[in-house]
Design a protein around this ligand. Structure first.
Ligand SMILES: [Zn+2]
Ligand SMILES: [Zn+2]
Length: 178
């Protein structure tokens, strides 16, 4: 597989998936570009796991460009509200963390298009602190059997079932009944 790493093309692909161009997607493009450029360490297969610390626009770029997706279980969201992105390669046990630097990418008064362009002109190294981290990937999601919620009847993954007054119920029902 030959990868074209032209930032412009990566951006176009990400925007197509995400629905609009925005600084968040541009950040995700740069994250992805770094991983793609280090293809020896991080080939794009099921063995790469992304751990992201936000659920903003940037994650769509990561999903579109790196193929780490919620559906495959190799995209893990930690709800920390930070622009940090960690990648683990289960094959060669490499891991790397990109953390957005605390620098401004042009004042908020700049037109959005210009801010996006400024970001895309940067190298990943310019805007991220990039460091090797300990290889300690989270477990991939497993398929668990479903059982029926005793309140609404929806088949629900057994690990998500809660107990309410002796009944096995799903999370939304539990929250309603509380
Ligand atoms: Zn967006
Ligand atoms: Zn229910």
């Amino acid at each position: 597989m030959t990868l074209n790493l032209e930032t412009k093309e990566l951006m176009e692909k990400a925007v197509k998936f995400h629905g609009h161009a925005c600084p968040g997607v541009a950040i995700g493009v740069l994250v992805s570009k770094f991983i793609l450029e280090h293809g020896n360490d991080f080939s794009l297969d099921e063995e790469i796991v992304a751990v992201v610390e936000n659920d903003n626009c940037s994650i769509d770029a990561v999903q579109a460009l790196l193929g780490t997706t919620f559906g495959k279980g190799n995209l893990i969201h930690l709800d920390y509200g930070k622009n940090n992105f960690t990648f683990y390669n289960r094959n060669n046990k490499k891991s790397v963390k990109l953390s957005l630097k605390n620098i401004s990418f042009g004042s908020r008064d700049l037109p959005r298009e210009e801010r996006i362009q400024k970001l895309l002109d940067a190298k990943p190294e310019d805007i991220f602190n990039i460091e090797e981290v300990k290889f300690d990937p989270p477990q991939l999601a497993q398929i668990h059997e479903s059982i029926l919620c005793e309140n609404c009847g929806d088949p629900t993954m057994s690990t998500r079932i809660k107990e309410f007054k002796g009944k096995k119920v799903c999370v939304p029902c539990y929250e309603k009944l509380m």
